[in-house]
Design a protein around this ligand. Structure first.
Ligand code: HEM
Length: 105
């Protein structure tokens, strides 16, 4: 929902230290997140992923993203996303709604 996405934009502030999103986004500490929802893990062009992420076999469905954002290291052991996770379920859902607004192009 649009309302959730607007809240998610605010919660996404903790992600912005490493990730860019939107029309002018570039890979940084983390990969660009445009089009990440529904995408196979480790496939954003031009980003140097960890082997753990690249070989995870995951697809970033909203359900999988919800688990990952709860505890990245649990879902992808040895990922180089060094982030403790978001414990608040509403915040995770809102962030995912925000990410869903951005397609691959
Ligand atoms: C990877 C989302 C916070 C650094 C990823 C991926 C997602 C994601 C979906 C997987 C991308 C893919 O497989 O193509 C988020 C969200 C965040 C967040 C929504 C906030 C809630 C952070 C922070 C950092 C970071 C704070 C840096 C301290 C990275 C790195 C990767 C990554 C380095 C690549 C992981 C690897 O290759 O193992 N992030 N992230 N992320 N993120 Fe984040």
């Amino acid at each position: 929902r649009a309302q959730d996405a607007a809240a998610g934009e605010k919660d996404f502030v903790v992600c912005r230290s490493c990730h860019q999103i939107g029309p002018t986004a570039k890979n940084a500490v983390g990969p660009v997140l445009n089009g990440v929802v529904g995408r196979k893990a480790g496939t954003i062009p031009g980003f140097s992923y960890s082997e753990a992420n690249r070989n995870s076999g995951l697809t970033w469905t909203p359900e999988e993203l919800d688990k990952y954002l709860t505890s990245p290291q649990t879902v992808v052991p040895r990922t180089k996303m060094i982030f403790p996770g978001i414990k608040d379920e509403t915040k995770r859902k809102n962030i995912i709604a925000f990410l869903e607004q951005y397609g691959p192009d």
